[in-house]
Design a protein around this ligand. Structure first.
Ligand SMILES: [Fe+2]
Length: 118
């Protein structure tokens, strides 16, 4: 498993499974429906679920191939702090809005950040 993404990958893979189940279910309902409006509705829902599943798989792929920026929201002001691709634990970044300094940490294989003294 990709370092630092344990919980994120668990959620993404679980969501992917749900979208796949929904796609299958909607396709079944579309194929058994005799009403054209209802059939079209289920076909549209199946396409939407497939789109969600494909998007989730792209995100998982970008994480697993290290082509994904590690970023967090500043714990002080909420601005985005980007640690870039494949950062090392202990890397330090400063919030560009409030100037608070943070260090990247790894807690039980999940990236997190901690405030550093100014
Ligand atoms: Fe900030």
């Amino acid at each position: 498993m990709r370092d630092g993404y344990k919980t994120v990958l668990e959620f993404l893979e679980s969501d992917c499974d749900v979208e796949e189940e929904q796609e299958h279910l909607y396709n079944q309902m579309a194929s058994t429906s005799k009403d054209m409006k209802v059939k079209e509705t289920f076909q549209n829902l199946a396409r939407a679920a497939k789109g969600h599943k494909d998007s989730l798989k792209r995100i998982i792929g970008s994480i697993e191939s290290d082509d994904h920026d590690v970023s967090f929201y500043c714990l002080v002001c909420g601005w985005e702090i980007d640690f870039g691709k494949m950062p090392s634990v202990g890397n330090e970044e400063r919030c560009s809005l409030c100037c608070q300094k943070f260090a990247l940490v790894n807690e039980d294989n999940d990236y997190s950040i901690k405030c550093l003294p100014q």
